[in-house]
Design a protein around this ligand. Structure first.
Ligand SMILES: O=C(O)CCC(=O)C(=O)O
Length: 242
């Protein structure tokens, strides 16, 4: 039996493609997670002039393993959180019926403030990456679910989303912006800003049209994990020439 808050959350996700769970973390858990993620960010910044400086985010569980190898406790805190029943519960009911209800973790990232210059990100659906053909992308959007779960470890109002765009294909204006020459325009019709207070969580559909703007101030420290539903795509090996 779904609780009322679960029903509200699922309804908001279906209608808008995102929802906010206010005060998802208490102060102690937030401080613990922030400490763990900051270990990785400090290492990344020490190792690279780009990663952690002019990138929007660092990867915590794939490339980020290097940054956490001297601090297994930090890795444990992050991995335990993104795999926790509490986070998975927040994702329940979001997938399409044929995809099942088990989220598959793809990676976790740490979004951070810039150290060099401010810049504006491109409007996109995550589905467009790796899909050169918009018609192939359109089929992916129509049949699959992929979600970002994020929790702000400092106040974060950088993300903008076009509500409802997860459930339909682009309008002509959206397609022109998203796949055109002016992908960073501030003039995306109907976009809303998602303002999170430290400790708030947000879940949004990765196929929604969204972007963020990246600034040196204030500090940005948002942990974001990406999950897919349904079966992983398995490419069958075939001998050459078959
Ligand atoms: O919050 C952000 O910086 C934007 C995230 C984003 O665009 C993405 O992960 O696809």
């Amino acid at each position: 039996m779904m609780s009322t808050s679960t029903i509200d959350r699922v309804a908001a996700f279906r209608a808008h493609g995102f929802f906010v769970a206010p005060a998802f973390l208490d102060a102690a858990t937030r401080a613990d997670l922030r400490r763990a993620c900051d270990v990785a960010l400090s290492h990344a910044r020490a190792l690279s002039q780009e990663t952690g400086h002019s990138t929007p985010r660092i990867s915590l569980l794939t490339d980020g393993m290097v940054c956490l190898q001297d601090d297994p406790r930090a890795l444990e805190v992050i991995a335990a959180f993104v795999g926790s029943p509490r986070v998975c519960e927040l994702l329940s009911g979001l997938a399409r019926p044929q995809e099942g209800d088990t989220p598959r973790l793809k990676d976790a990232h740490y979004y951070h403030e810039q150290t060099r210059h401010d810049w504006d990100g491109d409007w996109h659906r995550d589905s467009q990456f790796g899909q050169a053909d918009p018609e192939v992308e359109r089929a992916l959007v129509a049949t699959t679910t992929s979600v970002h779960f994020r929790v702000a470890l400092e106040d974060d109002d950088r993300l903008e989303i076009v509500p409802g765009s997860h459930a339909r294909w682009d309008t002509p204006d959206e397609l022109r912006i998203r796949r055109g020459a002016d992908r960073t325009t501030p003039d995306m019709p109907n976009a809303v800003r998602v303002a999170l207070r430290a400790g708030d969580a947000c879940v949004f559909h990765a196929w929604s049209i969204h972007r963020a703007t990246y600034r040196r101030e204030p500090p940005r420290r948002t942990l974001d994990a990406l999950y897919a539903f349904g079966r992983a795509t398995v490419r069958r090996w075939a001998p050459p020439g078959t």
